[in-house]
Design a protein around this ligand. Structure first.
Ligand SMILES: Nc1ncnc2c1ncn2[C@@H]1O[C@H](COP(=O)(O)OP(=O)(O)O)[C@@H](O)[C@H]1O
Ligand SMILES: [Mg+2]
Length: 297
């Protein structure tokens, strides 16, 4: 069986499961998937590790998760997972491959869409290509519970687009002062120019919860004072964990290789919290509208 067939099988199976669960709960339609954008002002703060480990932990918690690698500068979700995707979104747009053939499977059934070199083309698609692509995405969306987006860092158009198109935003901070000022600048642009008012903050590389909360408070104080009505929520922290770079060197996820390490336990805890919360129900936040939004931007 080739990889496409394997994926096809997995997805059909999971779609059946999802339908059965929904039927059991008396619902007729499958629930719309959540789209969560993970971003930061500064680079190298741990976004890719957070997206992939959170995705892994959510998969373990029974969710079907799709990771969209949308970092155009340093697309490295695949490297981190030791995968070598042969195709990406570009091949879908060229009509050479179907979406199913482009998706790669990571540990615990995590799905990865290597998109970086195709994203720029979204704006230049012909009507036919758009319709084909949206239909493919719509079909995939039926099988997915959560889509996590790994963006580039900083304030460039792509980062802004993904933040606007997603339904929820998680901003990664570290205790470094530059990470704070860069995150502030990003939030200022998103809230001031684009009217995005709700952000969740996750502090990475913290030595303790206390330090993480102090970092969060610093950001809230300046945001309150200078940016007006905003909602900044503290999502949690991921501790500095020497097992994490060790896993990176082995091209494995720390949550997979060292499930009992401090960072892995925290990814598990966050995943449980995220999977239990009631997402904001917003029609324009699901995967189909997400892509539609990007194409129309
Ligand atoms: N919680 C952590 N504990 C230890 N090292 C970390 C942690 N998070 C990130 N790192 C280190 O930072 C590096 C960069 O992380 P990465 O996820 O690639 O950042 P980004 O995607 O924001 O550029 C990782 O390769 C790892 O060595
Ligand atoms: Mg990255």
């Amino acid at each position: 069986m080739n990889q496409a067939e394997t994926l096809e099988r997995i997805m059909t199976h999971s779609a059946e499961q999802k339908k059965t669960t929904n039927r059991k709960q008396g619902a007729v339609l499958t629930s719309p998937p959540r789209v969560i954008c993970v971003t930061s002002g500064k680079g190298g703060v741990g976004k890719t590790n957070i997206v992939t480990n959170l995705g892994f932990a959510l998969s373990k918690a029974g969710k079907k998760v799709l990771v969209l690698d949308a970092d155009l500068n340093l697309a490295n979700v695949d490297i981190l997972l030791g995968l070598t995707p042969r195709y990406n979104l570009h091949h879908v747009f060229m009509g050479e491959k179907s979406l199913q053939e482009v998706l790669v499977q990571g540990p615990a059934g995590l799905l990865i869409l290597p998109a970086s070199s195709g994203i720029m083309e979204l704006a230049e698609l012909t009507e036919h290509q758009r319709l084909y692509f949206l239909a493919e995405m719509d079909a995939l969306a039926q099988e997915v519970d959560i889509m996590l987006i790994d963006t580039a860092a900083g304030i460039n158009n792509n980062v802004i687009y993904f933040n606007l198109a997603a339904q929820e935003r998680i901003i990664i901070l570290t205790p470094e002062p530059t990470s704070l000022t860069d995150a502030y600048a990003l939030i200022k642009v998103l809230s001031g120019r684009h009217d995005v008012k709700r952000f969740r903050i996750l502090v990475n590389l913290a030595r303790s919860e206390k330090e993480a909360l102090a970092v969060f408070r610093k950001l809230s104080i300046v945001a309150d004072r200078f940016l007006g009505s905003l909602s900044l929520d503290y999502l949690g922290h991921i501790p500095y964990d020497s097992k994490l770079p060790q896993a990176v060197r082995e091209q494995r996820l720390v949550s997979d290789l060292f499930p009992d390490s401090a960072a892995s336990r925290m990814f598990g805890r966050l995943a449980r919290e995220i999977s239990q919360e009631e997402p904001e129900v917003k029609a324009d936040g699901n995967i189909k509208f997400f892509w539609q939004g990007l194409i129309d931007l």
